[in-house]
Structure formats: C-alpha cells, structure tokens
Design a binder for this molecule. Structure first.
Ligand code: HEM
Length: 494
C-alpha cells in the first residue's frame, strides 16, 4: 500500500516537472557534447605524438644501430615505427627525442623557420672534422655571409666550364672501360669521377697521386664526422682529425703558391683569393676557405655518386624509360659535329633526362631525412614540440607518399610533367640551407646520363638489391657492377 502511494507520488512529480526534467536532460546533453567538441578542438591539434621512448638515454638506439648495420638500411628503423605508430611518431636515440615529420606542411614549417625556431644540432665530432667555419657548423650571421660568397661559383652560368671539362673526362674514361670489356662497379667509377672533377673545379688539382691522397684523407674526415670525439689512436675520430691536419697543410700550400703568383688557374679557389683586398664582409678568411673546400668535397662527392649509381640501376630495371632517354640523347648528338663536347646550352635540351634525374632522386632518397633541433617549445602541424627535441624532415616518406605520388614505387620520370605540390619534392632541401651544389649535382647527372644512354647499352652483372651496411646514404652493396657495350657495336649486332 505504502509502495503504491510512493510510486503514485513519484509519477505525479514526474508529470508535473516533465518540462523541467526534459530541459535539464537537454542541458546536460548539450554541455557533454559541447565540452567534448571543445576538448577535441583544443587538444586534437595538440595530440601526443605516439611512439616508444624506451629506457632513459638508451631509448631505441640499439634497434636503430641494428637497422643501420643490416642490408635493409637504417630507414628500415623508421619504416617499422610508422607501421606500428602511424605517420607521426617519436623515438629516443642516443639520449635525444626524435620526431619524424612526414608531410610537406611540416617540412614547410621547419624550412621556413630554419635558424629561428630550428637549427642543425651542434655535433662536436662534426665541427672538429670539417672545421668550425664550415657552412654545416657556423651560426646564422656567418652562415649568410659565407654562403653568399661561396654561391657564385656554383651558379648555372659559372658551371659552364665545369660541364665541358666533366664531359671530356667522362667520355675518355667510359671509352677505356668499354674497350677493356670488363665488368666495373658504377659506384666506384662515379665516386672517382665526381671526386676528380670537383677537385679540378675547386682548386685545379689533377695529379693522380695527390688526388688519391686527398680522397683518402677526405674519406677519413667523413667517417669521423659522426664518431665519439676522443683522441685515441686507431679510432675513427683520431684518424679523421689527423687526416684533417694533412688536408689543411695541403690546402695551405696551394693557397701560399697562389699568393706568391706561382699558380693562377681559373677555379673556385682563385675566385675566393681574388677577394683578398676587399673588406671582411666581402671575403672569406683562410680558415673559412679551407674548411669550406673540405665541406664542399665531402658534401658533393658521395651524394652525387650515389645518385648516379641509382640512375643506372633504375634505368636498367625500366627499359622503356631507358629507350626514351637514349632517343633524346641521340637526337641531341646528331645536331652536333662528330666528337664535340656537350655544353651548357645542350643541357637545356635534355628535358626527359632532367625528369630521369628527378625521379632518381625521388626514388633513391640520397639524404633520407634532414635533421634539425627545436630551439624553443613550438608546434608543428598542431603537434607540440619541446625545446631540444630533434625534428627530422622525412624526405623519404614524403617522396613515397601515395597521396602525393601515384604508384610511388614505380620509376616513372613522366610524373614530373606535372607541377608538384610545394615541399613534396625536396631532394635538395629548401630554405636558407638548400643544397649549395644543387646546380652542380644536376649538370653532373645530366652529362652522365647523356653519355651513358647516348653512347652505350649496359648489362647489370649483379642483381642483388641489398644495401651497403653502416651507410647513411643508401647504396647498393654490390656497387652496381655493369658491363658496357658501345651503341655502334650493339646496332651492328642487331
Ligand atoms: C645528388 C646530389 C646531392 C644531393 C641529393 C644533395 C642534397 C643536399 C641536401 C638535402 C642538403 C640540405 C640538408 C639539410 O637541409 O639539412 C644539402 C646541403 C648541402 N649540400 Fe648538397 N646535395 C647534393 C650534391 C651536392 C654537391 C655536388 C655539393 C657541392 C659541390 C653540395 C654541397 C652542399 C652543401 C655545402 C650543403 C650545406 C648547405 C648549407 O648548410 O647552407 N651538395 N645537400
């Protein structure tokens, strides 16, 4: 009875307050969804970046080293973490937090704020090896001046003489290799070609024994750039620092001979020394010249040689592209007198060849990612980045993103018929640190493709696709051995 009475009372209250309850429920609902939406709006863009940091300091360093030490290459470390975490991820390497930035928008934010919100991290072994006045190490004010003064000899017009010299050197060496008829490693060949051509262009060194001594020392310096900076005989750091001392002696000797007027060739070094009488803001001092000579050689040789090697591999695997390229080169050769060198203007006609260069750089990703350190707390694409974190512009991912490149694993030079979205094609970086040797790299590759495809066919003598271990620039472990056959012989046989 009492129960029935209470139920009726409750029913009465509910009936009388029906509207109030409805309004209350509605208000609670709206408040709940509004607060959720607010939370999404304010935090979605500040999401935690997923990823494992692992133990303090050690983090995932051993996995990274193990990938670097495998024939899959160090990018395998990044690839796996993307599979586990998604496009954005963080990790801890050598005690530092690293974020891999996977899109053009993020790349734009970093490039546009280079030297302001981000900078290259200071690595002691690198500064000790290439020198504190190297473009890679100097602070922003010196960087602007040094870069401005170094740039002129690398402009397209200044590279005219380089193009012809490189062409002659290349033609002679390719002819010998073809006559010899034996297999040779494209990578070794290109390392030597680019090194010799650069030393000639920079400081007119052409004597073979001196070239080989400089090359050996440059390799030791390059190996020491990312090593433990302790001077113990036998270590990479020790070997690099002693090689650097020898190189500086050699450069000092060449500069002294030029100042005494014993040698006055027209080259990069001479153009720097001609500024001797100008005010300090318009010239480089001797240590700036020497550190940057070394930097240019190291930054230019391995990168260009690796790209040249990949172009041969990709063209071997894609006969259609190779045939189109060959046709273009033959049509250019036909227009010129027999045996004439290629010049700067001819390069403008190598339109398909330029697309082959671009596609090679997209597919091979000579520099896998571009590292920076955040100078203050900031956000990239809504993700919070703390001061001191390392942000790596992941050019490899951007160049293989299927939203940006249809069938990204296919070698298709024609895809460059279309204009690409800003910051979606960045093999030479962008902003104030854009590759200084961009023109030199492009003309070197164009001349190489012109002579190879326009003069020869080749067979690839090792189909192994494994990558070289412990290399930060992806290169075939085999060195890409090929055997050349001149086109005239191929045509006679056909
Ligand atoms: C295919 C060949 C090459 C590729 C893919 C390449 C790529 C790059 C990239 C991506 C950067 C910027 C890195 C960053 O932002 O952290 C860079 C910087 C640089 N490159 Fe290249 N490079 C090549 C050839 C060359 C050549 C031939 C030279 C010189 C002769 C050269 C000299 C430099 C220098 C000095 C810098 C530092 C610029 C600065 O910090 O202001 N590179 N390169």
């Amino acid at each position: 009875m009492l129960n029935l009475l209470m139920r009726e009372e409750v029913l009465l209250v509910v009936q009388n307050s029906y509207h109030i309850i409805l309004v209350a429920l509605f208000t609670i609902g709206v408040t709940y969804f509004a607060s959720k939406a607010w939370k999404t709006a304010t935090t979605n863009n500040r999401e935690e970046i997923p990823g494992r940091l692992g133990l303090p300091f050690v983090g995932e360093t051993f996995s990274f080293l193990s990938a670097t030490n495998s024939t899959r290459g160090c990018y395998d470390f990044v690839r796996l973490r993307r599979l586990w975490n998604g496009k954005w991820f963080k990790t801890r390497l050598f005690g530092k937090i690293h974020i891999f930035v996977p899109n053009p928008e993020g790349a734009r934010t970093i490039f546009a704020n280079d030297f302001v919100l981000f900078n290259k991290g200071y690595v002691k072994s690198m500064a000790d090896a290439v020198g504190e006045k190297s473009l890679l190490c100097v602070p922003v004010e010196s960087h602007k001046r040094i870069r401005r003064l170094l740039s002129e000899p690398f402009s397209m017009t200044s590279l005219c003489a380089f193009v012809t010299k490189f062409d002659k050197l290349l033609c002679g060496r390719l002819q010998k290799l073809e006559e010899n008829g034996k297999s040779f490693k494209v990578l070794d060949f290109c390392m030597k070609m680019t090194f010799d051509a650069m030393c000639d262009m920079l400081m007119s060194v052409t004597e073979d024994s001196l070239l080989r001594q400089i090359e050996e020392d440059c390799n030791a310096v390059s190996d020491a750039m990312l090593s433990i900076p302790i001077m113990i005989p036998g270590t990479r750091y020790y070997k690099g620092i002693t090689a650097r001392k020898r190189l500086m002696e050699t450069f000092r000797g060449i500069i002294a001979r030029r100042r005494r007027g014993e040698e006055t060739p027209e080259d990069f070094l001479q153009s720097m020394l001609q500024r001797d009488s100008l005010p300090p803001s318009e010239k480089l001092d001797d240590s700036e010249i020497m550190d940057n000579l070394l930097t240019l050689i190291i930054a230019g040789q391995t990168t260009t040689a690796a790209a040249m090697m990949w172009s041969i591999k990709f063209l071997h695997d894609n006969r259609e592209a190779q045939d189109i390229l060959r046709e273009e080169q033959l049509s250019i050769t036909k227009m010129k007198p027999d045996g004439a060198s290629i010049n700067h203007e001819d390069l403008n006609s190598i339109r398909y060849g330029l697309k082959v260069v671009k596609e090679t750089l997209r597919m091979s990703n000579v520099l896998l990612w571009f590292p920076r350190v955040a100078l203050q707390d900031c956000t990239i694409e809504g993700y919070e980045i703390k001061k001191g974190w390392h942000v790596n512009i992941d050019a490899t991912y951007i160049h293989h993103d299927s939203d940006l490149y249809k069938e990204p694993l296919k070698f298709n030079p024609q895809r460059f018929d279309e204009q690409k979205k800003p910051y979606s094609f960045i093999p030479f970086g962008s902003g104030p640190r854009t590759c200084l040797g961009i023109n030199m790299a492009k003309v070197t590759m164009l001349v190489f493709l012109h002579r190879l495809a326009g003069g020869y066919t080749w067979t690839l003598d090792d189909l192994d696709t494994c990558l070289e271990k412990k290399a930060h620039i992806p290169r075939l472990r085999s060195g890409c051995p090929i055997t050349l056959k001149s086109l005239s012989k191929t045509m006679l046989e056909a």
